[in-house]
Design a protein around this ligand. Sequence first.
Ligand SMILES: [Zn+2]
Length: 359
Amino acid sequence: MTHPTIPLIASDHHLAHDGLIELVAGREVPCFESPARATAIRGALLETGAYDLQAPETHGPDPIAAVHELELIDVVEHAWTDAIAAGWDERRALLPDTFLLRAYAGSMPLDALPAARHLRLGAYCFDTATPIVGGTAAAARAAVDIALTAADRVLAGAPLAYALCRPPGHHAGRNLIGGYCYFNNAAIVAEWLVSRGASRVAILDVDFHHGNGTQQIFWQRPDVFYASLHGDPGGIYPYFSGYATEVGGDRAVGTTINLPLPPGTDGDGYLTALDVALDAITDFDPDAPVVVSLGFDTYHADPIANLALHTDDYARIGSRIAALRRPVVAIQEGGYAVEALGANAVAFLGGLHEDLGTE
Ligand SMILES: [Zn+2]
């Protein structure tokens, strides 16, 4: 057996981000985003003998504050403790029930919010799929450290590092949680790479869902390219963004590319769209490692998605990304067919690493 070479950055903090529920079409269901997901991926990767398990290094609050507004960080950090102090049943996950929509505010500033952070939650959250429990804030912070540590490994010369982030991040906006996401791990890494001297960073989002948070954060940033392949939002979460007409703000036209995919898209169809994204990234010519928002909810048996990829397709996707000939920071996002997550991660990262390593 060869010495394990691929850094696998992971921690156990996510295990306490547990006991989660979400509301789907008015029904309370166990949250699809569960600790078992990360446990399955970690076990499968380590079993191959190719991964070097490493704990994340603490990077402190500044990289989070470089992407998210302080009020949002305050809500993520304190909503649970404020709820408990107000008598909340600690066996129940916290979900907002009243949302501060643009239409509610109209032209009013509405800058007076309740002092208690759990009562502000609906001003900083866009759905009913993003529960908070006692372990949420620490898990979200650890996920950021995991992602940043993986980025550090690649900056230090590794061709590939894998960040086993849980909770995921790509739905979290500058001032908004949602879609199981609290802090945007991939966006924080992209900003970190800029702070380390990069002038052009590319994010490739292959999660099944549109990464609305990542797109929002970099909408006006010509130095951060965002390419996303995802299920057509005309029929799937998050519904309100991810259309092909969204190409970046007026100061960054062309640095966002959205490739919505019809239901049932298979591996060949997926690779055709992926080539469009990869060509765009090549044209953008990043001078930093490529940040991959990695979801396996494109799998045919995923319980909340509608594409038709199979395990061997992930190996093909990984080697196609390797053809960029650029180092990669792979950051875990979604994927909810728990029984297949391990095999899909092994296939994707194996294909990517094998082809990255053959110069
Ligand atoms: Zn997803």
